[in-house]
Design a protein around this ligand. Structure first.
Ligand code: FMN
Length: 197
């Protein structure tokens, strides 16, 4: 008993080091759109559930939480989704998980059934983007990589996952482990996009 406890103590530091979370800065700077995945590394449903729990923390209009997710992990569903993302197929060929994000219309941006302002259901898309941002950052914090894909066939995805007409299909997001280091994209100058008054 004592020996077991001592042995457990001795391996603890190594385990703790392995599971050390990256800093928020590291998450932000190391996240990139990944277009080549390691086919040998899998992701479990339990890990995807942990990821999606973080997504549940995202803010939304009046806490309407309009975002919904359809997770493809089986070989059949993965193969089917890959046929519906055009040229993205070759980039996410080896990703073990593909996630379809949607939002329920008529919730965010609405008050008693009427649009609260000129943006209307645009607020649902906004909230979905916020949720997806949580998704890609938490994925990186967990050591995973992602690619958001706007190029997808929404009608066929709707049929494949029985997505109701009340939802708008937004992005397909791949989840996996990077197989190659990505190219650093160029960013606009801060003064081009931020104005101080
Ligand atoms: C809404 C949205 C749609 C995107 N659609 C695609 C896509 O269909 N295919 C693709 O390869 N990249 C897609 N991207 C990834 C962008 O090209 C990428 O985020 C951008 O070039 C910046 O690179 P980074 O993510 O590595 O910082 C999309 C990104 C967003 C946010």
């Amino acid at each position: 008993m004592l020996m077991t406890a001592l042995a457990a103590l001795m391996v603890l530091p190594a385990v703790a080091q392995e599971t050390k979370s990256p800093s928020f800065d590291e998450v932000l700077t190391s996240r990139r759109s990944i277009r080549k995945y390691d086919a040998t590394k899998k992701i479990s449903e339990a890990e995807v559930r942990r990821l999606m729990e973080a997504v549940q923390e995202a803010p939304s209009w009046a806490n309407q939480q309009p975002s919904k997710y359809y997770v493809a992990m089986s070989p059949e569903k993965l193969a089917a989704v890959k046929e519906l993302i055009g040229g993205n197929k070759r980039n996410v060929q080896d990703a073990p998980v593909l996630i379809i994000s949607t939002f329920e219309r008529g919730k965010s941006g609405f008050f008693r059934g009427n649009p609260a302002n000129e943006v209307g259901d645009g607020w649902g898309a906004y909230d979905n983007g916020l949720s997806n941002c949580y998704l890609i950052l938490q994925a990186r914090a967990m050591g995973f990589d992602t690619l958001i894909m706007g190029m997808r066939e929404s009608d066929k995805l709707r049929a494949l996952f029985n997505i109701p007409d009340s939802e708008t299909v937004m992005a397909v997001i791949s989840l996996g482990y990077r197989a190659a280091e990505p190219v650093q994209p160029r960013h606009r100058q801060l003064d081009d996009v931020v104005k101080f008054y």
